[in-house]
Design a protein around this ligand. Structure first.
Ligand code: PGA
Length: 261
């Protein structure tokens, strides 16, 4: 059985007070829920709220009772030094951050992040014991031109396939069709499953059956409480990377509870 994972990507949303309210509500709801226990829940707020997110992530009296893990949305490709505004993997690790999103389409589009940078960021994270959640996915025009496999194949090849098998096996992959992100146009379960199975097959060709069998592949792009159930029921979809719907505790918890029992 593969791990089941739901990660919330807050993007650039929430003031300090709003973030505290959402985290507290989320922790409270997850405390009550028995159902989610076998799901790895990850919250990726803006960097500024990492310490608060960590403080609220477990029971005050019994810290072994953890409701969610803390991740972030990006990391520097450099290890330290004169890089104004950047945050290193070592800093994140020293703040107990466990996960980091890399190669999100918004970083690729607005900040020109390349596959070579994705590869360097992944390397930084792995060296610091942080699990990368690596995003891939095609744009609308690329799908219309039937180029989705080519695009995703290149992103994986150039960003990740330089890794040694043991390192590769520590990743989480997220398939996020760019046309589905923040648009309300979720991929159908069949569309997503087709790509997930294809990605898993590509991983099998490169790294073998065992690694392909265990690597979690999440779906992202307008995934919500209504669409999550059918998506998560697909054999190669192991959970979701959730943007908009992670900004509301009730919606996010409903998604966490969308796996087949
Ligand atoms: P969305 O974003 O759920 O708001 O579409 C997903 C993501 O970009 O990770």
């Amino acid at each position: 059985m593969r791990r089941k994972i739901v990660a919330g990507n807050w993007k650039m949303n929430k003031t300090f007070q709003e973030a505290e309210d959402l985290l507290a509500e989320l922790a409270d709801s997850l405390k009550e829920e028995q159902e989610y226990q076998d799901v790895e829940v990850i919250v990726c707020p803006p960097y500024l709220y990492v310490e608060m997110a960590h403080d609220l992530s477990s029971d005050e009296e019994d810290e072994t009772q953890v409701y969610y893990s803390v991740g972030v949305q990006d990391v520097s490709e450099h290890d330290k030094g004169a890089y104004t505004g950047e945050v290193s993997a070592a800093m994140l690790s020293s703040m107990d951050v466990e996960y980091c999103i890399v190669g999100h389409s918004e970083r690729r589009k607005y900040f020109g992040e390349t596959d070579a940078q994705v590869a360097r960021k992944v390397e930084q994270l792995l060296q610091n014991e942080i699990t990368p959640i690596v995003c891939c996915g095609e744009q609308a025009e690329e799908r219309e031109a039937g180029k989705q496999f080519e695009v995703i194949g290149r992103q994986l090849e150039d960003g990740l396939f330089g890794l040694k098998p043991l390192d590769f096996s520590r990743l989480i992959i997220a398939y996020e069709p760019v046309w589905a992100i923040g648009t309300g146009k979720t991929a159908t379960p069949e569309q997503a499953q087709e790509i997930h199975a294809w990605i898993r097959n590509l991983i099998q060709e490169k790294y073998g059956k065992e690694i392909a069998r265990v690597i979690p592949i999440l779906y992202g792009g307008s995934c919500n409480a209504k669409t999550a159930k059918d998506l998560f029921a697909q054999p190669d979809i192991d959970g979701g990377l959730i943007g908009g719907a992670s900004l509301n505790a009730e919606d996010f918890v409903a998604i966490i509870n969308s796996f087949e029992k």
